[in-house]
Write a new protein. Structure first.
Length: 169
């Protein structure tokens, strides 16, 4: 797949992606981690069944679930401006994702946030803004594969929203 796409005629979103001063907050599932758990299909469970599966103790976040072009992209960025925010159902899932994010992406542990409801991702962006008050809202960006999450942030704040597809050719 190679490097994420950053075109010649850059949109404002592409400018944010390229700017080393942009604070990028990445979702995990489907954004930094592949959703490939079967032989020929994506992995999808409803919330209740996902939570039951996590409780079995299997490691659902081995390093090979990391999306290679996202690993390469994050390596080029100032790690102090990289965060993760993921919906999670339990402390067990939190710890699996923390291990994965540190091992596969070198994300700082205190830059990893978990929410139990996707709408809470907006509150995480606000918390990051409190700690980084010198950054304009539109230079704090949520990167997610869910348009529902991105729309909620767009409609209720001035933070930037970036769909994961903006990183692909």
């Amino acid at each position: 797949m190679g490097q994420p796409y950053i075109g010649d005629n850059m949109s404002k979103i592409q400018e944010l992606i390229k700017d080393n001063n942009t604070i990028l907050v990445f979702d995990v599932d489907g954004t930094l981690a592949k959703m490939e758990y079967g032989d020929y299909n994506h992995f999808a469970l409803d919330d209740d069944n996902w939570n039951k599966l996590i409780q079995t103790g299997e490691a659902f976040y081995p390093d090979d679930q990391a999306i290679p072009c996202m690993q390469e992209y994050i390596k080029t960025k100032d790690i102090n401006n990289i965060y993760a925010c993921s919906k999670s159902y339990s402390d067990k899932e939190d710890s699996m994702k923390v291990r994965f994010l540190i091992s596969a992406f070198n994300i700082l542990k205190d830059h990893i946030y978990f929410v139990r409801d996707n709408d809470e991702k907006l509150e995480v962006l606000r918390k990051i803004k409190e700690n980084r008050s010198n950054i304009e809202d539109n230079h704090i960006a949520m990167v997610d594969d869910s348009t529902e999450v991105l729309n909620h942030i767009k409609e209720n704040s001035n933070f930037a929203t970036i769909h994961i597809s903006s990183f692909m050719q």
